[in-house]
Design a protein around this ligand. Structure first.
Ligand code: HEC
Ligand code: HEC
Length: 428
């Protein structure tokens, strides 16, 4: 594989050097760019699986983002261990790395494009990578785990030394220039760049091969239970899940991302198993800090976390930003009864009184989302779904795992104009 990559690059460079007409030049430039991307991806894949980049020597990106689970966490731990002796603990559960190409750059006032939906609506804080949207590019993101003290805990110099020793160092030099690894800062940036190139490989990270994609493109039928689950997922009087976890194609036919990437406060219960939470004065407040630093003390942003995609969610065993839940049934039950039976979800004070929203201090409770399914919940109210309906919604979420089809079914569809797509959209 490396040989083929290098030979292609050499060919592409020859093509650039050779005199020719303008069209040939453009084609050659494109070929060179493709060859460079291929080399970068190859190096990025090798780095992703290489534990040599961690201070412990035992942890790679794949230790927390496991390919066999579509880059979800490999196990059911609330949060993963990290640090030089793998004894440090982070604050959050690793998200899946699939479909990150769909996350828009962070924006305080996000407006969708005309092709996607109604572009006149201010959707509020939206997008950005990580649970609080604090970074915008895969390359910037990769620098965090590489140097975070509770993840791979390495230094810029350590990463640079490791890449120079790696057997695939030549691949990276071929892609980015012979001297790119000479200097620590450019070597570190090259590593991050290669990781980002790997993460942007659509076949690996955005395959759209789930049963639901097969259904949307007419290649499969959903079972009766899955159909019921989809209807409940979309029904505003039932789950209303699709309000945030978008389940329909865009006006231009774009497959649903199962997130609108909005930053929302659901008031997920405090996770007492996270070490930092032993300090009762410590709170992970999402967009207002402490991990994200540009909105520290800005009360409007406290408690907000980015809506995750639900694609491949059934391949996770840990849910929500703090890994508090381990069963999809509990997640759905939380949505249906957060304000009906708060005692089931939140801790109690010394007198045995429930502390509602125990992971968000009272001054920020105004930020908590009260749209359906939370609307009209109060002690004594009836949940919007029966146990059987909850099972149906879970059965539907299980159709969102990739691997049902071999290839992306949207690619073979004829291109549709916006108008014909709107009329052909699946009726709700
Ligand atoms: C110790 C576990 C751990 C390791 C190792 C790790 N990550 Fe992560 N990763 C996480 C956690 C936890 C988050 C969420 C961080 C947050 O929200 O603050 C995350 C988030 C991400 C995101 C953003 C995802 C999103 O939904 O916005 C990307 C991209 C990512 N990691 C890539 C990598 C790469 C590349 C590596 C290897 C260089 C890596 N990770 C190593 C735990 C890990
Ligand atoms: C108002 C927007 C909104 C609605 C409505 C909504 N969600 Fe969510 N969902 C979120 C946000 C935000 C998170 C992350 C919250 C956190 O971790 O603090 C989330 C997280 C999840 C997760 C955990 C995913 C993971 O990777 O950890 C699941 C599963 C989920 N939602 C399913 C549902 C279902 C099922 C419904 C309908 C019953 C629903 N959601 C309705 C915004 C919403």
């Amino acid at each position: 594989m490396p040989r083929i990559g290098h030979a292609l690059l050499a060919l592409a460079l020859l093509a650039i050097a050779a005199p020719g007409n303008a069209d040939d030049d453009v084609r050659a430039t494109h070929a060179a760019a493709r060859a460079r991307t291929r080399l970068l991806r190859e190096a990025g894949r090798a780095i992703f699986f290489d534990p040599a980049f961690s201070a412990s020597g035992k942890q790679s990106c794949a230790s927390c983002h496991a390919p066999q689970r579509r880059y979800n966490p490999p196990n059911a731990l609330d949060v993963q261990p990290g640090g030089p002796r793998l004894r440090a603990q982070g604050l959050r559960a690793p998200p899946t790395l699939t479909y990150l190409d769909r996350v828009p750059p962070y924006d305080n006032h996000y407006h969708e494009s005309e092709d996607e939906a109604d572009n006149s609506i201010d959707n509020g804080p939206t997008g950005g990578l990580t649970w609080d949207g604090r970074v915008d590019t895969g390359a910037a993101q990769a620098e965090f785990p590489l140097t975070s003290p509770f993840e791979m805990a390495n230094t810029q110099a350590g990463i640079a030394a490791t890449i120079r020793r790696a057997r695939y160092a030549a691949t990276l030099r071929d892609a980015l220039g012979a001297r790119v690894l000479d200097d620590d800062a450019t070597a570190f940036a090259a590593v991050a760049h290669a990781l980002a190139a790997f993460e942007s490989d659509a076949d690996e990270f955005a395959p759209y091969t789930s049963k639901y994609d097969a259904f949307l493109t007419g290649h499969a039928q959903l079972s009766a239970q899955e159909q019921r689950g989809l209807a409940l997922f979309e029904d505003e009087r039932k789950g209303n899940c699709a309000q945030c976890h978008r389940s329909q194609r865009g006006l231009d036919g774009t497959p649903p991302a199962f997130s609108d990437y909005g930053l929302i406060a659901l008031a997920v219960p405090r996770n007492a198993r996270i070490a930092r939470n032993r300090d009762p004065a410590f709170f992970d407040l999402g967009a207002c800090g402490p991990e994200r630093r540009d909105k520290l003390g800005d009360a409007d942003y406290c408690g907000l976390f980015r809506t995750p995609t639900l694609r491949n969610v059934a391949l996770r065993s840990t849910f929500f930003h703090n890994g508090k839940f381990h069963d999809l049934r509990d997640v759905v039950a939380f949505y249906l009864t957060r304000d009906i039976t708060p005692a089931r979800w939140y801790a109690k004070d010394a007198q045995g009184k429930t502390l509602p929203y125990d992971d968000l201090p009272a001054p920020y409770h105004a930020n908590i989302n009260r749209d359906p399914p939370f609307a009209d919940q109060h002690p004594g109210a009836a949940p919007r779904m029966t146990a059987r309906e909850v099972d149906d919604v879970i059965a539907f979420m299980q159709t969102l795992s990739d691997g049902y089809l071999k290839t992306n079914p949207y690619r073979s569809e004829p291109k549709r104009s916006r108008a014909s797509q709107a009329s052909a959209a699946t009726p709700r």
